[in-house]
Design a protein around this ligand. Sequence first.
Ligand code: F6P
Length: 374
Amino acid sequence: MPTHSCPIVKRIAVLTGGGDCPGLNAVIRAVVLDAISCGMSVVGVEDGYLGLIENRFREMTEADMVGILARGGTILGSNNKSNPSKFPVGQNPPPPAGDGKVIYKDVTDRCLANLREHGVEAMVVIGGDGTMTSAATFSQMGIPVVGVPKTIDNDIEGTEITFGFQTAVDTATEAMDRCRTTADSHHRAMIVEVMGRNAGWIALHSGVAAGADVILLPEIPFKMETIYTKIMSRSKRGRKSTLVCVSEGAAPQGGAKVVARVDPLSPDPIRLGGVGKFLAEQIEEATGVESRYAVLGHVQRGGTPSAYDRVLSTLLGNHAMVLLREGKVGRMVAVQGGRLTDIDLREPAGRQRLVRADEPLIAAARAVGATFGE
Ligand code: F6P
């Protein structure tokens, strides 16, 4: 029996956009089961906005929700290269015949036609800042949309927590615990590179949780000298191993972030990575301490969500449905001051919630002996 009021719409679509993240399926489950319980039908859009553009929809039933709560990834598939307002449709010929540039087209009308064809009256869109920006466009075009923020990076403006973050932190912490034992046994410096794009949330939380001696964040440019001093002073005190947790976006003072690859078709083309290798080489050369690095990469994004993230995903998915039933659309669900709330879908567009200098965990980390390398 539904425990809530009747729907204002009868048929909704759900899609997951951007990079995958633990807890996506738990949100889908919360949305679909809630919708079905109050008499709505739900259609899933495959591969994020790409499926919306290519008209790939599928009915979602209660049976589809069985066993997905604990499953990583997204049963709908996702895509991080499909902005309907700027969709790549081809490429000019290379020089000298042309300029070789990608040709983009606004295909939002095609998406609206596809939604109409499937009788969709409203959408729940689960994704990051790029996905929310496109959701805001559909909302402005008259489609009732509610967004659910997702990213392991925890960097979406307007919400203090995103699902998937805690699982990524748990994974990174466990990896660092394992690296620490090798560092101790071999008296090495062990550098562990974690994800996070331009935000240091994963590095800060997992670094503190693993008791890292050096934590390097994109928000605090570091000095190599400070890191060397830390390692040498530890050696003098008989601590022959050092654990360094570095965010992929961290960079030396006056230096640039290390770019792993550029993906020209992606709305956010820069892929960071490689600072761990750089640090290991520099540290070994300058201090003589044998150094190794490990890049955790997509291990942090995959796999089963933690219990915390399953709960958070269920709460956020449910809150999206509450908003939809209340007709409160064009909104993104959010957590502020530990409470569920909602903000304008346009608020996160083009912004990133970075670690601030006055973040209490920075002071707490320093108090237990960690350095941020500044
Ligand atoms: O935003 C999530 C994230 O995993 C970042 O931490 C990372 O920089 C990026 O996505 C990697 O993207 P891709 O999966 O396209 O390589």
